[in-house]
Design a protein around this ligand. Structure first.
Ligand code: ARG
Length: 227
């Protein structure tokens, strides 16, 4: 079997992300992709002794891009799920947070999944949140290309609520003062993903993550971006 490590050593690590998910990844005012996942990947690349190049694209195309070798790593606040595990190889998790319901401040009544029956509920295409919304009895799922578009739609009353990671909701609250967190759903773990046949790359990334846990670097990044 060909070694993935040998290939990425030559070309560097091309990291795919969907920069609509602050604080994990978003575009700054100079249109650069910044965030927790970017700092984390740069630190991991440094420990592995290789260049890291971050490219932005739609979230739902990330796993296909990985499988077709357009990218080597997904770093996109991606939740570890049994279904995705069939297609990709996940690293150790680097974050664990709850999903929440967000609504406008006059709708604090949307506190549970059941309270969303008959409502238009937003998320992003291809995410676990889209699946959660699709599973809510009586709710109408409105999934957007970008998570930021879901937040705009909620603020501008095109949808009634949205389901999103709490860490991301906390960021949207800063931009949209009329929004509130109205309920809390199940927690989920996030990790980076590589191709199934790239176990050697995952092992090296995991070694870097463990090193960063021990040294306090991971805690410092978590504090900088996620707290
Ligand atoms: N954690 C969710 C998932 O894995 C949403 C991730 C969305 N990430 C993004 N960069 N837009 O499905």
């Amino acid at each position: 079997a060909q070694s993935c490590m040998a290939n990425v050593k030559k070309s560097g690590l091309t990291v795919g992300t969907s920069p609509d998910y602050p604080p994990y990844e978003s575009l700054n005012d100079r249109n650069e992709i910044v965030g927790f996942d970017i700092d984390l990947m740069n630190a991991i690349g440094k420990k592995m002794g290789m260049k890291v190049k971050v490219v932005g694209q739609g979230f739902d195309g990330l796993i296909p891009a990985l499988i077709s070798k357009k990218i080597d790593v997904i770093a996109a606040g991606m939740t570890v799920t049994a279904e995705r595990k069939k297609a990709v190889n996940f690293t150790l998790p680097y974050d664990n947070s709850a999903n929440v319901i967000m609504a406008r401040k006059e709708n604090l009544k949307y506190g549970t999944a059941a309270s969303l029956a008959g409502r238009n509920v937003g998320s992003q295409i291809g995410t676990v949140q889209e699946q959660i919304v699709q599973g809510i009895k009586g709710a109408s799922s409105k999934a957007f290309n970008l998570y930021t578009d879901a937040a705009v739609a909620l603020q501008t009353r095109q949808i009634d609520a949205m389901v999103v990671d709490k860490t991301v909701a906390d960021q949207f609250l800063k931009t949209y003062p009329d929004l509130r967190i109205t309920g809390t759903l199940a927690r989920n773990a996030k990790a980076m993903a590589v191709r199934k046949d790239c176990g050697d790359v995952v092992n090296r990334m995991n070694a870097a993550i463990i090193e960063m846990r021990k040294s306090g670097e991971l805690a410092a990044l978590t504090k900088k971006w996620l707290k």
